[in-house]
Design a protein around this ligand. Structure first.
Ligand SMILES: *Cc1c(COP(=O)(O)O)cnc(C)c1O
Length: 359
């Protein structure tokens, strides 16, 4: 068996330890005589998994009791609709545009209400995060939306916008639990699990309780109401049980390995090695402004499409997988999420140097 160096942007690499544990429990989870996949979501055993996972998330990220944690489905993309449906009152919302995902979120919100775009780096091909200094939310804004880590362009907010009393909503799909954060700065965080914390199928929501409203303007389906999921403890219908179970294991793995501080240290070390290699290279270059560089998705190019293609082809022979850039962005992208070992990043960097030397 060969496991590749998996730089996929998502679904993405998981800790080997977690996969092995899950394999061991595949036929019999903790004496239940069945797999978690085969188990009723109303069973004591699954209830235990869900509650433990929630408590561990509180512990890992310091989530206080005035925030709720919800396990939903539909991906981050469904949150593009749920956020405006639940948070818009009579006003509008500010969307800061830093890439494709932010654009898609703004577009979807625009289907429900008039949204504002106070800051955007679209004109610079999203190669940086706009300067947040001097930014203040639009007067009537019900919330401010950001995409905190831009998976496609390889940029990440280093400083959050100061939104005052207006709730900050962040799409953290590709950076959740990669470093410590102050939940008090946010009203709502959402993330598809499949990049940093688990398998596809689960969307994690951390929401300040006062933002959950029973009464919503217009007609909103039950499944798209935070209040419905809150009341039923994420069990309004069958939740993605297996995805929650694996995510629970990843959260435990993070707790065991130094929590978010530990994650940050490892992630900075990996990103540091890769960016240093890029900055010292006379062939490759990073595609975004240094001050905006992401810890999670490192985008780069040799400046020539054919050479990039040759680099990606050569990588496959070394079991380096998933480094082709997003279809519209081109070039290369190495996604180095929480579970990515330093050793794999080292293999990639050594290959970059070798490719440059022998070109
Ligand atoms: C992958 C990604 C999405 C889309 O997530 P789905 O779970 O496929 O809906 C949205 N936002 C960001 C930042 C992403 O990286």
């Amino acid at each position: 068996m060969v496991r590749v160096h998996n730089f996929s942007a998502g679904p993405a690499i998981l800790p080997e330890e977690v996969l092995l544990e899950a394999a061991e429990e595949m036929l019999d989870f903790s004496g239940a005589g069945m797999s978690v996949m085969e188990m009723s979501h109303r069973s004591k055993a699954f209830e235990g998994i869900l509650n433990e996972t929630k408590e561990n998330i509180r512990k890992l990220a310091g989530i206080p009791m005035d925030y709720d944690i919800l396990f939903l489905q539909g991906g981050a993309t469904t949150q593009f609709s749920m956020v405006p449906l639940n948070l818009l009152k009579n006003g509008t919302a500010d969307y800061i545009l830093t890439g494709n995902w932010a654009e898609k979120a703004a577009q979807e919100a625009g289907n429900f209400n008039d949204v504002k775009v106070p800051l955007s780096s679209k004109d610079e091909n999203y190669s940086r995060i706009p300067d947040m200094k001097g930014y203040a939310p639009t007067d009537s804004a019900d919330y401010v939306h950001i995409c905190e880590n831009n998976t496609i362009y390889g940029t990440q907010f280093k400083e959050l916008p100061d939104t005052g009393k207006v709730p900050l909503v962040a799409d953290q799909s590709s950076c959740i639990f990669s470093r410590p954060f102050d939940i008090r700065r946010y009203g709502l965080i959402y993330a598809g699990a499949q990049k940093n914390i688990g398998p596809a199928g689960l969307t994690l929501i951390i929401i300040r309780k006062d933002l959950i409203r029973e009464e919503l303007p217009g007609r909103v389906p039950l499944m798209l109401r935070y209040a419905v999921h809150q009341k039923s403890d994420s069990m309004h219908n069958t939740p993605p049980t297996y995805a929650i179970y694996i995510t629970g294991k990843v959260i435990k793995w993070l707790l065991k390995n130094g929590g978010l501080e530990g994650a940050k240290e490892r992630n900075e070390k990996k990103a540091g090695l890769l960016y240093d290699t890029l900055d010292q290279s006379s062939l490759f270059r990073g595609t975004c402004e240094k001050a905006s560089r992401s810890l999670m998705n490192v985008t780069f190019t040799s400046g020539d499409e054919d050479r990039d293609a040759a680099f990606i082809k050569g990588a496959a022979a070394l079991n380096i997988s998933g480094i082709k850039g997003y279809r519209t962005a081109g070039g290369m992208r190495a996604s180095i999420y929480n579970a990515m070992p330093y050793e794999s990043v080292k293999v990639l960097c050594d290959y970059m140097k070798e490719f440059e030397r022998t070109r």
